[in-house]
Ligand binder design. Structure first.
Ligand code: ASP
Length: 303
């Protein structure tokens, strides 16, 4: 793994495994707080978020603090800034602050890659447009591996707005590298055929029941209303076809793991009964976000 973390696509299996193993070390025992370490003492991590975030930004901040680093958060509204200007301004601002790493979220795919070419500072991609969200895929893998011995051979159904999902892209790359079989499902307009080209053996279907049959893992995705017209996917029309309900769970493996990167939209892509059920690992994903981001920050800052 070079400097920074821009995407899962460019990571090797070994890079991913080492992050997942290290993250395990940071997971707290049940009902215990996260441990505090000082491996990043004296370092400064800047969180630069041009798009909304609850889980990712908070957990990067907590992760950095648990390792003894200082954090500074800069937020901006993605919709009101022009891409080129904001990034150039940002470069100057950040250069002056001399941080040790920058965690960045931006609505434009490729924005962290652009920044990483100009700044001699490791950049961690916290979500770039519809492209990648690498730490989400890492925490998803950690969550699955807390319940299964291996990713190899698992059937993983990823359902919803595949077209606009950076979570789907990062997960497809990761799961394919580890030999899981991936089936993508969504309305035709949100399921571009070229998604099948990301890795070998990816199935595409518009039928929820087909995707979920015998699934080990179901990953639900939010309809990315910030990237398209809201009126195209009203909840009342979306939910009957692509909303996850108890009847679907019966088709999957009995110990199926239900996941969602959040924020969840109850009654649009998932029913409350399923989101709050025993099969749901949604809050475990949130918890694992901290452990995985601790492992990533440590690795990126090469301690
Ligand atoms: N939180 C995830 C992301 O930033 C998923 C979502 O927003 O739907 O991509």
């Amino acid at each position: 793994m070079g400097r920074g973390l821009l995407g899962i696509e460019e990571l090797s299996r070994e890079d991913i495994e080492s992050i997942l193993v290290r993250a395990r070390h940071f997971q707290p025992a049940p009902h215990q707080p996260f441990g505090r370490f000082d491996t990043l003492r004296g370092r400064t991590v800047v969180n630069l978020f041009f798009e909304a975030s609850t889980r990712t930004r908070t957990s990067f901040e907590i992760a950095a603090k648990r390792l003894g680093a200082e954090t500074i958060s800069i937020t901006a509204s993605g919709s009101s800034v022009s891409k080129g200007e904001s990034l150039v301004d940002t470069l100057n601002t950040l250069g002056a602050m001399r941080p040790d790493a920058i965690v960045m979220r931006h609505a434009a795919s490729g924005a962290p890659h652009f920044l990483s070419r100009y700044l001699p500072i490791p950049i961690v991609n916290a979500g770039d447009g519809t492209h990648e969200h690498p730490t989400q895929a890492l925490l998803d893998a950690r969550t699955i591996l807390d319940r299964r011995d291996t990713l190899e051979g698992l059937r993983v159904a990823i359902i919803g707005d595949i077209a606009h999902s950076r979570v789907a892209r990062s997960n497809i790359h990761l799961l394919a590298k580890f030999g899981a079989s991936v089936v993508l499902c969504g309305p035709a307009a949100l399921l571009p055929r070229e998604m099948a080209l990301i890795a070998r053996g990816i199935e595409l279907t518009n039928e929820m029941s087909e995707a979920i049959l015998d699934a080990d893992v179901i990953m639900m995705l939010r309809v990315q209303l910030e990237r398209q017209n809201e009126s195209a996917y009203p909840a009342s029309e979306y939910f009957p076809f692509f909303g996850l309900r108890q009847e679907h769970i019966e088709l999957a493996k009995p110990d199926v793991i239900v996941m969602h990167p959040g924020p969840i939209n109850r009654g649009r892509e998932i029913s409350s009964a399923v989101a709050d059920s025993q099969r749901s690992a949604i809050l475990n994903q949130v918890e694992n976000g901290i452990a995985v981001r601790m492992a990533v920050l440590e690795k990126v800052l090469a301690v």
